[in-house]
Design a protein around this ligand. Structure first.
Ligand SMILES: Nc1ncnc2c1ncn2[C@@H]1O[C@H](COP(=O)(O)OP(=O)(O)OP(=O)(O)O)[C@@H](O)[C@H]1O
Length: 354
């Protein structure tokens, strides 16, 4: 099953339903064989963007290029795109084998070729022993694997997946996640994936397009989004528990940071990830005095829920052996490199000269 992925370029994509603009002009690009995820909260427009790329809905503005060719006005069935959705709708009266090979049969692919493709994909997806069963005789995870196999066997250079794992339990999600990723790499197909689950996005993607209210908040590799969030929204959306954001009044800053910020220092928000905060604070560049309000034991770490001088809540992920006690007043710290500075007013990351 050789397959070479297509490139995809989305430019200024807009969609309105009546007077409501649900996509306000989004841009992203993906190289052949890449894995790009549209990530964002419910209702931000991820599925809408995917449906426009697939051709199921018409754009209100902007363009879609596949392998450099403008397909914005090309009907869905001529875009050569494979799709897997959350409700994977297998044909109940057909066996697994018939379901998988259905698309090839419709396209009048010769029987020996069909059979060879089926055998190959069944092996890849470990579906061999299930080929004669009907969908009702499969578990949810097995049905999802059949839906994926059906798309993979079709050898489309571009595959769109809309929350394909959302019906599965946590263990299966993790298993199928890595299967999808491995298939993306071994077959070279280009994948555009939609999810609201950040851990799914971070673990699978080469590129993440983080969306918020119909626009793109940030585009980058998973590491870029985690290490250098461009906005307060990115900082809070990526990472579990989310990044802490503290007002200047609650933090003791290194000399010069506030002064080097051209604007009113009270506009600064100091971001720090729970896992980058240290207790005890010894030698840290930034520090904050606080009180421990609760302690959540999570096995490898304990989450210390803290309250700042001004009453703001934040979290420190503590991996040390000795735990402080509840209600104890402590000082926590973090290094310059773990500090993320944002403007409260614009929500954007700001750089200081220090
Ligand atoms: N056919 C439609 N008519 C009117 N509004 C629609 C239509 N389809 C989607 N919308 C609206 O567009 C917005 C974006 O929806 P979309 O399904 O793209 O979001 P999403 O990010 O995929 O959300 P979810 O993760 O919940 O699926 C929502 O406010 C939704 O109500």
């Amino acid at each position: 099953m050789k397959s070479t992925g297509a490139s995809l370029s989305v430019k200024g994509l807009k969609k309105s339903w009546g007077p409501t603009e649900v996509l306000t002009g989004i841009d992203f690009d993906i190289e052949p064989g890449g894995f790009l995820t549209l990530l964002g909260p419910s209702g931000c427009g991820k599925s809408t963007a995917l449906r426009l790329v697939s051709g199921l809905d018409e754009v209100s503005g902007g363009s879609i290029l596949i392998d450099g060719k403008d397909v914005t006005k090309v009907p869905a069935d001529q875009r050569n795109i494979g799709m897997v959705f959350q409700n994977y709708a297998l044909f109940p009266h057909m066996t697994v084998a018939e379901n998988i090979a259905y698309g090839l049969k419709v396209r009048k692919v010769a029987k020996p070729v069909r059979e060879a493709s089926l055998e190959r994909v069944a092996e890849l997806m470990s579906l061999g022993p299930l080929l004669d069963r009907k969908p009702a005789q499969l578990s949810g995870g097995q049905q999802q694997r059949v839906a994926l196999a059906r798309v993979l066997v079709s050898e489309r250079p571009l595959v769109l997946m809309d929350e394909p794992l959302s019906n599965l339990d946590a263990k299966l999600r993790t298993e199928i996640r890595s299967e999808i990723k491995a298939l993306n790499k071994s077959l070279g197909i280009t994948v555009v994936y939609v999810t609201h689950d950040q851990s799914e996005a971070l673990s699978m993607s080469d590129t993440v397009v983080l969306m918020n209210a119909g626009r793109v908040e940030q585009v980058g590799t998973p590491k870029e989004l985690y290490d250098v969030p461009a906005t307060v929204f990115s900082a809070r959306f990526i990472g579990t528990p989310p990044m802490n954001l503290l007002a200047v009044a609650d933090v003791s800053l290194p000399d010069g940071v506030a002064a080097s910020y051209g604007n009113d220092p009270a506009d600064l928000l100091i971001g720090v990830r729970p896992e980058s905060m240290q207790f005890p604070a010894g030698g840290a560049d930034y520090s904050a005095s606080c009180r421990i309000t609760s302690i959540e034991y999570e096995g490898s770490v304990s989450l210390l829920h803290l309250t700042s001088k001004s009453g703001a809540s934040f979290i420190l992920s503590h991996s040390g052996d000795t735990l402080p006690s509840l209600e104890e007043k402590i000082t926590v710290g973090w290094t310059q490199s773990a500090a993320h500075l944002f403007s409260k007013r614009t929500g954007e990351r700001v750089l200081t000269s220090s």
